[in-house]
Design a protein around this ligand. Structure first.
Ligand code: ZN
Length: 308
């Protein structure tokens, strides 16, 4: 059976916020089945807010994915959510002493290393995976996401970006759910930005913690932050962002996704459409799957019908 997973033990880390620029301490803790990913803001020695990573709590969607609840807000959750999803963690508490998740190196790779160190345990509860019943599309002719039913029981994505910049242009990359490939081919891709936007964004209270070590930065002509980690690092990072944002659905998803010039806003719009359109999602039948796997693993011979 496809069982839910959590961390084998707690693990903590520190860093600065991409937008706030402030120091942050975080601890990832194991949690019970069916609790999902929950951010717990602990400030001044007390719990201020519990914010489940669910679409209903979506807040800011500008240059990050933020969540908010009654007494608090947490920004830049997408790279950590992406690592948890990519590594196959269903349930985890994220204790944090500030209102943002540390940016680390601008990718999800440092989180994957932490998860490897903590280890995974399977829990005694089936994953509540859902699948699409028919195609759905959000966006317009200029930027869109299409989702189609998948017949191979996985979530896969083909992402295309198109930036009018000599270092980027049009790039397409694909990924199909696989923790090993996620760790090596998606997680290390860093966030990116343009020097010409820095002053405007800083005036809006954003990217105060951004520097040449935690983002791929470009002036009008070229990359000024050194070598990229992949020739197509930009589009790989968009896949990383999507892998985090789709966690907001609250269930593992089986579907084939195509995204064109999308971003956090459209990712969230897809999740909203999936949740709000009746009959679009149905549970993957774990009962039948469980019975077939049990049958196969118990060494049974194929059943032969007898004709009398
Ligand atoms: Zn990102």
């Amino acid at each position: 059976m496809n069982l839910q997973r959590t961390l084998a033990k707690s693990i903590s880390f520190s860093g600065i916020g991409l937008h706030s620029g402030k120091p942050i301490h975080c601890e990832l803790r194991p949690s019970r089945p069916d609790t999902g990913i929950v951010f717990i803001l602990e400030m001044n020695g007390g719990i201020r807010s519990r914010i489940p990573a669910r679409y209903k709590n979506v807040g800011a969607l500008s240059y990050n994915t933020g969540l908010r609840a009654e007494n608090g807000e947490i920004l830049t959750v997408e790279h950590l959510l992406s690592a948890l999803h990519g590594y196959g963690i269903d349930n985890c508490e994220v204790w944090v002493d500030n209102t943002e998740i540390p940016v680390m190196d601008g990718s999800a790779a440092p989180f994957i290393l932490l998860l490897c160190e903590a280890g995974i345990v399977r829990q005694d509860a089936p994953r509540r995976t859902v699948r699409l019943t028919r195609p759905v599309r959000v966006g317009d002719d200029n930027m869109w996401i299409e989702a189609e039913p998948s017949d191979d029981d996985t979530l896969s994505i083909e992402y295309t970006i198109d930036f009018d910049h000599p270092s980027i242009g049009r790039m397409t990359a694909s990924f199909s759910d696989d923790p090993y490939r996620f760790a090596h081919a998606v997680a290390p891709a860093r966030t990116f930005g343009f020097l010409r936007e820095v002053e405007v964004l800083r005036a809006r209270g954003l990217i105060r913690g951004a520097n040449l070590q935690n983002a791929v930065v470009m002036d009008d002509h070229r990359i000024i932050s050194g070598e990229t980690r992949f020739q197509d690092e930009f589009v790989r990072h968009k896949i990383l962002d999507f892998w985090g944002d789709i966690v907001l659905l609250g269930h593992p998803l089986v579907a084939k996704i195509k995204a064109f010039r999308a971003g956090h806003r459209l990712h969230a719009q897809l999740v909203e459409t999936l949740l709000k359109t009746p009959d679009l999602l149905v549970p993957v039948d774990q009962t039948i799957r469980h019975r077939i796997l049990q049958w196969a693993s118990s060494g049974n011979q194929p059943v032969r019908e007898t004709v009398q």
